[in-house]
Ligand binder design. Structure first.
Ligand SMILES: Cc1cc2nc3c(=O)[nH]c(=O)nc-3n(C[C@H](O)[C@H](O)[C@H](O)COP(=O)(O)O)c2cc1C
Length: 353
């Protein structure tokens, strides 16, 4: 069977990808301690971007207080541009588009990861995953400062010659914290009704669109990654996310990337016979990126029935040849590399097992 993923893809703004496989954003914690790009970052993306149409570099922190974990890529100051430019050039050398995923951790971090800076979030409610600090509730000024940090980071990504940025609105980070009733108990215009809980994301996207249109000729991509629902009682439901997608339909977004554990998942917060991919494909014309347990040609073709592009993570950590083999560009199966060969920690290596 031949994979449909071999086919090129063209975004509405004319930017084209040589195939429909994307290196999923993954924070492999291989940057230098301050977020400067390391030679390990370069080596990883040089080998992994070879067979994919687009490479999304995961979780680059836009400001120190938004860093998720030590070893992440940083885009928080101009000093980072040189390394980021080297990374973008490395990816481009493989005829692959380079996207920088921008993150602000909100409450999902602690002072060690934020270089000693105060952790901030929509409300002063501690998250319940890992070693986290109790965050301080963001003032209106703090919110506008974060929007400005994303905008400045976008300008740095442009200066470094990336082809676009992706807002990390998934996996419980700051944009999702504004949407979720569990982490947002605000009584101002950023909390309460779903319209208010979506306001931060709307202001953020409008601001980034305006930055992009000021400095670019319409070719710089703006993507949004989201998690469709939270499983804790009282958390963000699929209905909230459907309203978020309806909002995205009215804004200048080039793609929506769905962060799923399994591309075949059905909603858990709503009774439905349709998969999450089928639901999202039905409510938007914005290109959709599917992800989660896409492992072989059958999976790629199934996922692409209800999506435009597929993001692949762990198989590409395990083998630089996964995408070239799937698209028939290479047929030399290589055994899985060791953590040392890949340049990742044992901690991350265990995800591959
Ligand atoms: C080590 C690791 C780090 C990840 N970091 C990020 C990240 O920085 N941003 C993000 O949106 N998703 C991140 N993810 C999720 C992946 O992008 C992807 O959605 C997930 O691995 C499922 O795809 P897979 O089954 O092909 O691995 C990470 C996953 C792994 C295994």
């Amino acid at each position: 069977m031949e994979s449909i993923a071999k086919k090129p893809f063209i975004f509405a703004n004319g930017v084209s990808l040589k195939n429909r496989i994307i290196l999923a954003p993954m924070d492999l914690r291989m940057s230098l301690f301050d977020g400067t790009i390391s030679q390990n970052d370069i080596a990883f993306h040089k080998s992994r971007s070879k067979g994919v149409g687009m490479d999304v570099v995961g979780s680059a922190f836009v400001s120190k207080n938004g860093n998720t974990v030590t070893g992440s890529v940083g885009v928080d100051n101009d000093g980072k541009i040189e390394g980021l430019n080297d990374l973008a050039n490395t990816i481009h050398a493989n005829d692959t588009k380079a996207i920088l995923q921008l993150v602000h951790a909100g409450r999902m971090t602690n002072r060690i990861n934020t270089f000693g800076e105060q952790v901030m979030a929509p409300s002063s409610i501690k998250g319940n995953y890992g070693t986290l600090d109790v965050p301080r509730e963001m003032t209106r000024m703090n919110i506008l400062k974060v929007v400005n940090d994303f905008s400045t980071a976008t300008k740095r990504a442009m200066a470094a010659k990336f082809d676009g940025i992706e807002i990390h609105g998934a996996n419980g980070f700051l944009p999702q914290q504004f949407v979720s009733p569990l982490s947002n108990k605000r009584c101002d215009q950023f909390g309460g009704s779903i319209e208010n809980r979506l306001r931060f994301i709307e202001i953020l996207i409008r601001s980034l669109s305006s930055t992009i249109s000021q400095f670019d000729q319409g070719k710089f991509l703006l993507g949004y990654r989201l998690s469709p629902e939270e499983f804790e009682t009282g958390g963000m439901t699929i209905r909230d996310t459907i309203l978020l997608v309806k909002l995205l339909n009215t804004l200048n977004i080039d793609y929506i990337s769905l962060s799923l554990h399994d591309f075949k998942s059905v909603p858990k917060t709503y009774q439905s016979n349709f998969s999450i991919l089928e639901i999202f494909k039905a409510i938007t014309k914005i290109p959709i990126i599917a992800s989660g347990k896409i492992r072989n040609v059958v999976d790629t073709n199934l996922a692409l029935q209800n999506s435009d592009l597929i993001a692949v993570g762990t198989p590409l950590i395990a083998s630089p040849n996964w995408a070239p083999e799937l698209t028939g560009v290479a047929n030399t199966s290589k055994k899985m590399q060791s953590a040392f060969e890949i340049g990742i920690s044992e901690d991350i290596y265990k995800f591959l097992r």
